[in-house]
Design a protein around this ligand. Structure first.
Ligand SMILES: [Zn+2]
Ligand SMILES: [Zn+2]
Length: 229
């Protein structure tokens, strides 16, 4: 209760300007949100780019075949700006808008009963930026969707960060990057959350690790799909 009031006062005295058109109000106005983000929603698989139905890819040979996937859109334009503001500048309002956009993208999919789990942020990122952005995002999304979020289901194994490594190296590092946490429970269904899908190696490694250990169902969710091919 107290918190809500504080945020309200903060916004009263420091109004936001729409990062796209400059209009006073929220960090992005409804019009720009609709025209620059919601309209660009895609129905293609994060991994193989074939068409998905209700967030499910049925392409044989795709590592996401039969796995529920949710994302807001391509990492471009205003969506990219919002993600950068949230991730690198720790702008709180951007996190809230992104969580809303993600919740909207869940509307036509069956996410009920999943427990939300963040792909753990690297220690290096937390030290540099001062917060675990995926953990915070997972909490915001859980709140919007009235779902449960849980920490320590997945933990980081080492300090390796994916920078400039070859695709083969990234895949190997990704497979070694995560381990089951103390709160993992095979009876649960998980929705893994990360900010951007680039090669997908981290998310796929984490998803497959939980499935291999008997999790009932493991879905993947990201804010955006990188345009990098
Ligand atoms: Zn605007
Ligand atoms: Zn696919």
């Amino acid at each position: 209760m107290k918190n809500t009031t504080m945020v309200g006062f903060g916004e009263l005295f420091c109004p936001h300007y729409c990062i796209s058109c400059g209009k006073v109000g929220g960090i992005i106005c409804d019009c720009c949100k609709k025209n620059n983000i919601v309209k660009n929603r895609e129905k293609k698989c994060l991994n193989c780019k074939s068409t998905v139905l209700k967030g499910i890819c049925s392409d044989e040979g795709c590592r996401l075949r039969g796995v529920l996937q949710v994302y807001v859109g391509g990492r471009t334009g205003v969506l990219k700006d919002l993600i950068n503001l949230y991730k690198y500048k720790a702008v709180r309002a951007a996190g809230g808008v992104l969580a809303n956009l993600f919740a909207d993208a869940c509307a036509d999919k069956i996410v009920k009963g999943f427990t939300i789990v963040a792909l753990p942020t690297t220690g290096q990122h937390i030290r540099r930026r001062g917060f675990g952005h995926t953990e915070k995002l997972a909490k915001l999304i859980a709140k919007r969707l009235d779902m449960v979020s849980r920490e320590k289901v997945l933990v980081r194994n080492n300090k390796s960060v994916q920078v400039g490594a070859s695709e083969e190296m990234r895949k190997m590092q990704a497979e070694l990057a995560y381990a089951l946490g103390a709160k993992f429970c095979a009876h649960e269904k998980y929705l893994l959350i990360d900010d951007v899908w680039t090669t997908g190696s981290s998310m796929l490694a984490a998803q497959e690790l939980l499935v291999r250990n008997g999790a009932r169902n493991v879905a993947v969710g990201v804010l955006a799909r990188s345009n990098h091919e």
